[in-house]
Design a protein around this ligand. Structure first.
Ligand code: PMP
Length: 285
């Protein structure tokens, strides 16, 4: 059994033993932001893009994260060195707005942010991703979904509802407009075009989404970042769910209705391109 590692402000311990202060603002306000990156062969896949998004979340939350890019990479490296050499799984890190008494206004400037990390083993099969079953739910989240905050209660509720109904993920929509999954982005293939909602404040700008759009371009598959409806989703030739923890999975069912399966060739091109990129950049081929 591969071990899980925890880290808090420079201290490294087995994850299950890691303790953090009750007055960390993450505990009572969820006042922080995070990233989750796949780690294999000592490589954090897509790290530079995750760092860009992390510092953007800090900026939007006015969270004065004290480590610059190089210093944060050095801390990530300490966790990479603490896991077993054959570790494969997610490396999660979060910054919170420091430790202080509960007070809505920000703490004084001498209070430094806290950095928490976990490395947990998780399998990822880029070549044969399991087709997913989704449920659809109204998106009741706030209007800052572009910020990767640790406040995830609506996403937790939506994902739990999917699991309670024997499904893998919830596709969220505002009225008829599709936004994203509870912890993933949603893309469709429609008449040979790869479509996904625009990266506005209604969705998280997913790294996997971005990679897939770029790969489509490289393979001559047209792309579009314009809103689409639930009706278009249900009638799409293929539906794709993307995230760093599962890469790019096709969808076989939404609300118990069979979907997709009408453009397997284009789907296969995208999946192969993604698997190749992942395996190459993580030194697996
Ligand atoms: N949207 C939401 C709400 C998410 O939580 C995630 C997972 N981090 C994604 C999209 C997918 O983003 P990424 O491809 O960067 O993991």
């Amino acid at each position: 059994m591969m071990k899980s590692i925890g880290y808090y402000n420079g201290r490294i311990e087995p994850l299950e033993q890691l303790m953090i202060p009750a007055l960390d603002r993450a505990v009572y306000f969820g006042d922080g932001c995070y990233e989750a990156v796949y780690l294999i062969n000592g490589v954090l896949f897509g790290l530079e893009e995750h760092l860009d998004r992390f510092y953007n979340s800090c900026r939007l939350l006015k969270l004065p994260f004290h480590l610059d890019r190089q210093a944060l990479k050095a801390e990530l490296q300490k966790v990479i060195e603490a896991v077993e050499p054959d570790f494969a799984g997610m490396l999660y890190w979060q910054a919170s707005r420091g430790t202080d008494y509960r007070n809505h206004a920000f703490p004084p400037p001498e209070v430094k942010p806290n950095l928490l990390m976990f490395a947990r083993p998780a399998a990822l099969d880029p070549i044969h991703p399991k087709p997913l079953k989704l449920i659809s739910l109204e998106d009741t989240r706030f209007l800052h979904c572009n910020i990767k905050t640790i406040n995830l209660l609506p996403s937790v509720m939506a994902n739990q509802e999917a699991h309670a109904r024997g499904c893998d993920e919830a596709v969220l929509h505002r009225g008829s407009r599709v936004t994203e999954g509870s912890h993933s982005n949603i893309l469709i293939l429609q008449n040979g075009t790869l479509r996904t909602p625009p990266a506005d404040e209604l969705i998280l700008p997913g790294i996997t989404r971005k990679h897939l759009l770029a790969l489509a371009g490289e393979h001559g598959i047209p792309t579009s970042e314009q809103p689409f409806s639930m009706v278009e989703l249900m009638n799409a030739d293929e539906i794709l769910v993307t995230s760093s923890g599962a890469l790019c999975s096709p969808v076989c069912e939404v609300d118990g209705i069979p979907v997709g399966g009408k453009d397997p060739d284009t789907l296969a091109v995208l999946q192969k391109a993604y698997a190749d990129k992942f395996l190459r950049e993580t030194k697996q081929i």
